[in-house]
Design a protein around this ligand. Structure first.
Ligand SMILES: C[S@@+](CC[C@H](N)C(=O)[O-])C[C@H]1O[C@@H](n2cnc3c(N)ncnc32)[C@H](O)[C@@H]1O
Length: 241
């Protein structure tokens, strides 16, 4: 299965619908928030910071970050979907200090050591090469720079069939890393002072409720799904020289 292509199509379609709506409604910006937390608050941004948002989507976190890094800061919003970049451009019109860049988080089109803070909101779980994404985040960060991300993680073992099934129904859950595996992947990329803090564990009905509404009997799946997926706040630091 072409996972990257599927992700691109899914988010391209979401952005295209939002763009159509905003055009139909006479140009009002349509904010699409597809995140699972608040990386901007987590990041502790300040004036002058250079920030990179991995998978910036409709641009909400870029907007919030731009307010915090002014004056003198800069925010790069990186997304692979042309439609998301177009939507973010519309939403961010008139916002100073933001540059939207089309590209992949596995190949970040920025130079080494040029970013103070990498933020990301519910995107890294979608990548089929998370090790590479974290290595790329590490590369573009300046020494002493930090990663502040919100993402989906899993807790404990989940049978492969359940994971694959849930992933098919709710795209962002299928590829989520187990919380300790996430910490190990960050360490593998070179980060230190790593924190992976689960902020909310999803109850089975939060994940599968829509199947129940369609008349499915989800009873046998509940124990395998209940409190197995969660949102997490993730912090890690690139060692100073
Ligand atoms: C769940 S949405 C989150 C968007 C945004 N961060 C938010 O909080 O609303 C995922 C976004 O990541 C983008 N994306 C997914 N995989 C990507 C990749 N490998 N490289 C660049 N962008 C990617 C998608 O196009 C989409 O805009």
């Amino acid at each position: 299965m072409d996972v990257g292509g599927e992700v691109r199509r899914r988010y391209g379609a979401i952005a295209a619908r939002a763009l159509q709506r905003s055009r139909r409604e006479g140009g009002a910006a349509v904010q699409v928030s597809l995140g699972c937390g608040d990386p901007v608050s987590l990041a502790g941004l300040g004036p002058g910071n250079v920030v990179l948002d991995l998978g910036s989507g409709g641009g909400r976190d870029c907007l919030l970050a731009a307010r915090r890094v002014a004056p003198g800061g800069r925010v790069y919003g990186l997304d692979m979907t042309e439609e998301m970049i177009a939507l973010a451009a519309r939403n961010l019109k008139g916002t100073a200090g933001v540059e939207l860049v089309r590209g992949e988080i596995e190949r970040i089109p920025l130079r080494d050591g040029t970013v103070d803070v990498v933020i990301s909101n519910c995107v890294i779980n979608l990548s089929v090469d998370k090790g590479r994404v974290l290595a790329e985040a590490f590369r573009v960060l300046a020494p002493g720079g930090r990663l502040a991300a919100c993402d989906i993680v899993t807790r404990g073992d989940i049978p492969a069939g359940i994971r694959a099934g849930v992933g098919r129904w709710v795209g962002c859950l299928g590829g989520a890393l187990e919380e300790r595996e996430y910490a190990r992947a960050l360490a593998g990329a070179g980060f230190e002072r790593i924190q992976v803090e689960v902020t909310h564990l999803y109850r089975a009905r939060e994940v599968l409720g829509f199947l129940e509404e369609k008349g499915w009997d989800i009873g046998s799946m509940v124990p395998h799904v209940d409190r197995k997926w969660g949102s997490a706040s993730i912090m890690a630091v690139k060692p100073a020289l």
